[in-house]
Design a binder for this molecule. Structure first.
Ligand code: NAD
Length: 247
């Protein structure tokens, strides 16, 4: 492992443009489970609450579960050493941007500035009719579903539901960012969620070195990964950062 970490350090030090691509795994050490697997959110909740048609047809039922997961549970989560290490890397000119599939706002809470949110953000609510945005604090989540104060339409969390397209700007910015990368850090993602799963391929096609951090192999590991750092994101990124700043 030491040799592999050293190889990663060598590549990162030479890089003029490093991009991170993060998935649910980076937030596991903050206490937010991924969707899949025995401890995943879908072992407890029915994923149909995040289906856009179900949401429109059953807003109260959807909102009851959405509030529990994304506003009661996520609200208490804090950035872990992995989020913090990426923020320090950016501050030190070692990271250009983060493309995240996560909707938990933890990269921004950790201090990262350039964060491309591929699937939106749970900490914003939007009125699908007038497009006005609200923070959770500006809405009454004790009376579900929450309504737009102006036109009384049901507010929707501003993240991508199943059956919804990816916001065009997020896809465009992510594609550009990954094509500019010399080194691409792939952190805590299985590569199962499309079209997000295609983004790392754009970096690889453009010649980027792919460094993957995950306790388990993913769909990427034997396909595009050049350096596989097996382990938890918090531990590996802390070690990488320490070596990058001191060696
Ligand atoms: P996933 O749930 O499919 O897979 C999680 C990955 O993280 C796995 O490969 C797992 O081995 C790895 N992992 C687990 N613990 C880890 C750790 N400590 N450090 C590093 N890696 C670890 O996640 P996905 O591929 O991101 O796809 C799920 C989708 O669900 C995403 O699109 C995301 O938007 C959404 N999601 C987001 C959150 C969040 O915002 N925190 C939580 C759950 C799901």
């Amino acid at each position: 492992m030491d040799k592999t970490i050293d190889k990663a350090i060598e590549v990162l030090k030479k890089s003029n443009h490093t991009t991170a691509f993060t998935g649910a795994g980076i937030s596991v050490e903050s206490g937010i489970p991924p969707f899949r697997g025995p401890e995943g959110l879908w072992s407890k909740y029915d994923p149909q609450v995040l289906d856009i048609d179900y949401f429109h047809n059953h807003p109260s039922e959807s909102w009851k579960v959405i509030k529990e997961i994304f506003y009661d549970f996520f609200a208490g989560a804090a950035p872990n050493p992995a989020h913090k290490a990426l923020a320090v890397m950016e501050k030190n000119g070692l990271l250009s941007a983060i493309i995240t599939q996560n909707i938990d706002n933890l990269h921004q809470k950790a201090g990262s500035k350039k964060v491309i949110e591929y699937h939106g953000n749970s900490q914003k609510l939007i009125c699908p009719h007038c497009q006005k945005q609200f923070t959770p604090d500006e809405t009454d989540l004790n009376n579900l579903p929450p309504l737009c104060p102006d036109d009384r339409n049901v507010l929707k969390p501003d993240f991508v539901f199943f059956g919804e397209p990816i916001p065009g700007t997020a896809h465009l910015l992510s594609s550009e960012e990954s094509q500019n990368a010399e080194v691409f850090l792939l952190i805590g993602t299985t590569g199962e969620v499309m079209p997000a799963a295609m983004i790392p391929g754009f970096a690889k096609d453009n010649g980027a070195t792919i460094i993957e951090i995950n306790p388990d192999e993913s769909h990427y590991t034997n396909q595009i990964t050049d350096i596989f750092l097996k382990g938890k994101a918090g531990e590996i990124l802390s070690e990488l950062l320490r070596k990058l700043l001191t060696d």
